[in-house]
Write a protein that binds this ligand. Sequence first.
Ligand SMILES: [Zn+2]
Ligand SMILES: [Zn+2]
Length: 367
Amino acid sequence: MQITAAVVREKSGPFIIDEIELTDPRADEVVVKIVASGMCQTDLHGRDGYYNTPYPCVYGHEGAGIVEAAGASVKSLSLGDHVVISFPWCGACPNCQRDMHSHCMKGFDLKMRGTRADGSTLMRKNGTPVFSAFFQQSSFATYAVANENFVAKVRKDAPLELLGPFACSGQTGAGAVLNSMKPKPGDAIAIFGVGAVGLSGMMAARVAGCDPIIAVDIHDNRLKLAHDLGATHTINHAGRTDIVAAIRKITGDGVRFSLETSAQPVVFREAVEALMPAGTCVLLGSARSGTEVAFDMPFLQFGRTIRGVIQGESHPREFIPHLVDLLMAGKMPVERMMTFYNLADINRAAQDSTTGAAIKPVLRMPH
Ligand SMILES: [Zn+2]
Ligand SMILES: [Zn+2]
């Protein structure tokens, strides 16, 4: 079918709105009419060649929409279902066999290679392949094809245009807290960086009853929003070197949990040094290969844990509906961090994401 998509033709080139051809779904795939798609830093890193995804390419991996067509063997989804398309996994590797889909050992290729696992693309223009299947979806388009295993069905009374970011940034932050940390009420937590991922983690920490909830960032407007969304304390990092002392002043012994989303080595070290004995720091910040950080060995010896987490270690088909329930109950007001753009304004959305003017851009598709 003919669709409208935002195509990037060269490294760091602009998104160009174009009419292209979307393939028919295979037996285990669905066609989703995309209502809205979040934009994530990973899309822009893809555009800029970080993952060596070939060009021309269609990005987008936070698609929300309505099932428009389904392959013959699709059982779990029906036409008209409201859905969010999440991350892909292979199902066969040692981690998938342990049900650790977010740590799939083929996950990187499935997300970044620009094709299905067998090398086929989902989109074409005048007979020439357009690399697509970014995160096995490429949702910066009016329609997307996705394997049913990666598609989460959600309740129909929830506003679809708010749900796309649960596919990546939302579950990355919220899942790191609810699935990986599993805090108890009254546990102290510090969130380093309150962008879309950090705020999602912070709202989840509030749901879990964490107290205090300390937000650290360099932007006053983000700290104000963090306060509105449940931070008990906010600290502006700009120009300060006593962040760990400030956190110990609030907590006494340090925090049980810290969440690192900034990808800055200095901040990562602070997130670890703010821990109480046996505390855990979860690293979400996505640093470039070669970035190193140093820690004091005796400090880590006291039961402190550092771990990296991908996609909130979630099973999206269960976890995303749970997050939607929290949204509908008023406990995860994600709309507070969103700025909406028409697909035609995608380059402005990308610029606002880079400058920080928008915390979470969401693209509305023309239909
Ligand atoms: Zn796997
Ligand atoms: Zn993402």
